[in-house]
Ligand binder design. Structure first.
Ligand SMILES: Cc1ncc(COP(=O)(O)O)c(C=O)c1O
Length: 458
């Protein structure tokens, strides 16, 4: 594609799409095809996709494409007619979840799933309050955008919203020493374990909610803490926040839109990593490998209470084509052992990222697991000052020119986010690490503002 044709398309897009839309990179990537962990632009250049979890089983997986095309050629209706696909899908999701989590609602996006989950929790508890983390992202309906604290000023928060610090032991209020510290001068000396200290913040926030006249209907937690920089919770934290929530009459909603589907390695679901059995689970992105299918799973008891007060129908949610796609994704995960791949390749990747941190001062911390890692980039390791937003963008852009698609996340958009399709192998890890190594060796800090710009694409 000529430079003129590319500029023309950008201009047409600007005119025809709402200005709230963003494109990654000042010089956007124009993708036209994909296969496995690779995507190709209009000039035939290929990029290693280290960013996209939505094509969970790889871009354009032939079995997913065949399932979609096959069912689309046969029939597509909705859930008010009897069809086997949606029933089988609900059964398989239920079987993958612990405890009594066995009944499903089907929707079309993660946002819709979170919106419905919160409504279910409110109906089931009779309370209105919801607690989320600072800098959370859970979606964008008028309700859910309020739960996405990264997108609007704290002064606009509704009374029913409680907000807690995420358990970021590198950057948050309670810290532990990391392998990149010169000294271990953090406050680990405190007798109370760090997980307990973070959990204590929830108890304080629930009291604050009560003073504003609200009891908690739900704690909404993304167990990968993606928008907080990709975190692993300290010991005891998740169990404790669940206990505190339930003691106050609330339900625990695990937002598995990011953490689910083998992403964190070792377990299919993020909450399983912590031995948590939530009351409600929301599922999205990876579920359809690119096709818009999402779900809410809860217990028969909670679903029955909801049904006493509400009926539910979603025109596209759970249609036979979407369900066929979602079933094919589950089949591929099983048949290609993608949970094992996430665990094994993820361990290999994590080891090499930690080694990279020994060579590059800008890597303040390596955090994550499975095929979800964050490099917390710093301007100064000793003070843990985040790398500026401009520097982070320059680095991600340079990597794009090196043929690596990668993102930024976290409160300061200074965490390089590595979250590739689950078919990422060791050869892809080697390519990513070699490119990061040479790019970081050549990278110079220019400084600038370390606050994320409103409306920034990362
Ligand atoms: C944790 C989490 N929940 C919910 C959502 C919303 O999903 P969707 O964009 O499909 O509406 C996102 C999207 O990034 C997310 O990261």
């Amino acid at each position: 594609m000529t430079a003129d044709a590319q500029s023309d398309l950008i201009e047409r897009r600007k005119a025809a799409l709402a200005p709230a839309y963003q494109l990654f990179y000042d010089d956007p990537v124009h993708l036209v095809s994909g296969s496995g962990v690779w995507v190709h632009d209009a000039d035939g250049r290929r990029y290693l996709d280290c960013y996209n979890n939505v094509p969970s089983v790889g871009h354009c997986h032939p079995r997913v494409v065949a399932a979609l095309a096959g069912q689309a050629a046969l029939l597509n209706t909705h859930t008010r007619y009897l069809h086997g696909n949606v029933v089988e899908l609900a059964e398989r999701l239920g079987a993958s979840l612990a405890g009594d989590l066995s009944v499903c609602f089907f929707v079309c996006s993660g946002t819709e799933a979170v919106d419905l989950a919160v409504e279910i929790a409110r109906v089931a508890t009779g309370a209105q309050g919801v607690v989320v983390t600072e800098s959370s992202y859970h979606g964008n309906t008028s309700l859910v955008s309020k739960l996405s604290t990264d997108g609007y000023p704290a002064t606009d928060r509704p009374d029913w919203l409680g907000v807690i610090e995420p358990p970021n032991t590198y950057r948050g209020p309670f810290r532990v020493a990391t392998s990149t510290d010169a000294t271990t001068s953090t406050d680990t000396a405190d007798a109370v374990p760090v997980g307990e200290r973070y959990a204590g913040l929830l108890a304080v926030e629930i009291e604050a909610l009560a003073r504003r006249g609200n009891d908690p209907a739900a704690l909404l937690v993304d167990t990968s803490w993606d928008s907080n920089g990709v975190l692993t919770a300290p010991d005891g934290y998740v169990e404790r926040i669940a206990e505190i929530t339930r003691a106050a009459g609330g339900l625990v909603i695990a937002d598995e839109v990011q953490a689910g589907y083998c992403r964190l390695g070792d377990h299919f679901w993020g909450h399983d990593r912590y031995g948590l059995i939530p009351d409600i689970v929301t599922i999205g992105k990876p579920m359809g490998a690119g096709h818009p299918v999402a779900a809410v799973v809860t217990t028969p008891e909670i679903a029955a209470t909801f049904a006493e007060r509400r009926s539910y129908f979603n025109t596209f949610g759970g249609n036979p084509v979407s369900a066929a796609v979602a079933l094919a994704v589950l089949d591929v995960i099983d048949d290609e052992n993608l949970l094992d791949n996430s665990t094994d390749t993820g361990t290999y990747l994590g080891g090499l990222l930690r080694e990279l941190a020994t060579r590059h001062e800008v890597i303040g911390n390596v955090q994550g697991s499975g095929l979800f890692w964050g490099l917390d980039l710093v301007a100064d390791r000793a003070t843990r000052t985040p790398m500026s937003y401009d520097d982070g963008r320059r680095l991600a852009t340079a990597l794009r020119h090196d043929g690596i698609l990668i993102g930024l996340t976290g409160r300061y958009s200074n965490v390089l986010k590595i979250r590739p399709p689950l078919v990422f192998g060791r050869e892809h890890v080697d390519e990513l690490i070699a490119t990061l190594d040479s790019r970081l060796a050549a990278f110079e800090l220019h400084g600038g503002d370390s606050r994320r710009r409103p409306g920034a694409e990362w």
